[in-house]
Design a protein around this ligand. Structure first.
Ligand SMILES: [Zn+2]
Length: 204
């Protein structure tokens, strides 16, 4: 055995003797007239050469495909949906209470287990673009949001930005370490730092 990784060894389900080695390649895909590539996760047996995708690999492949379909259909991908929800300062449970979809809906959207409806997608975008809509919805549904008015002004400052721009700005801040070093604005600093720490944790 020349494997140095600590990952658990997997026995080949085809021959029952060889060991599976994880591989990743890419797959050309097409959906709704849009072409692209998605990562393809699988494993190869070091004895019989069988190529298999076990449960974790099959799930990762399915999620990559669903993310691509969302992109092709003009819907927010799971990652974009997570960023949008965080920009609105909502937990997954608060988002479900406000927007519907059921208790675990946002976890499933954000992991690309399922695609949100076009209506759900639009509702999230409207709240990003018009933060007062979120306030109205919260009072309509009786959901209490953080009382801090900076939440709304922060969301308002995001209104004109595309979500991809929010994402790349966050990534730049994290790469340069500015997020932590930036002087804390007495009104908005706290919320921003907390958001970025949460984002980093989930990205790790
Ligand atoms: Zn085998």
């Amino acid at each position: 055995m020349n494997r140095t990784t600590a990952s658990k060894e997997r026995v080949c389900p085809a021959c029952g003797e060889g060991r599976l080695e994880a591989r990743e390649s890419t797959q050309q895909v097409e959906h709704a007239g849009v072409e692209g590539t998605v990562p393809l996760h699988y494993a190869v047996c070091d004895m019989c050469g069988s190529e298999v995708a076990e449960a974790d690999e099959a799930r990762a492949n399915k999620r990559a495909m669903i993310a691509f379909r969302k992109h092709a259909e003009g819907l927010l991908t799971g990652r974009e949906m997570r960023e949008a929800r965080r920009a609105l300062h909502l937990t997954q449970s608060q988002a479900a209470q406000l927007f519907g979809g059921g208790k675990v809906a946002f976890s499933r959207y954000e992991n690309d287990d399922i695609a949100q409806s076009e209506a759900m997608d639009s509702l999230v975008r409207v709240c990003l673009a018009r933060p007062e809509t979120l306030s109205w919805l919260a009072s309509h549904k009786g959901v209490s949001l953080p009382a801090d008015t900076s939440v709304r002004s922060h969301a308002g400052s995001l209104a004109g930005d595309r979500i991809s721009a929010i994402k790349s700005a966050l990534q730049r801040q994290i790469a340069s370490g500015q997020a932590e070093k930036a002087p804390r604005d007495p009104v908005r600093g706290h919320a921003s730092v907390v958001d970025i720490q949460r984002w980093r944790k989930s990205a790790a």
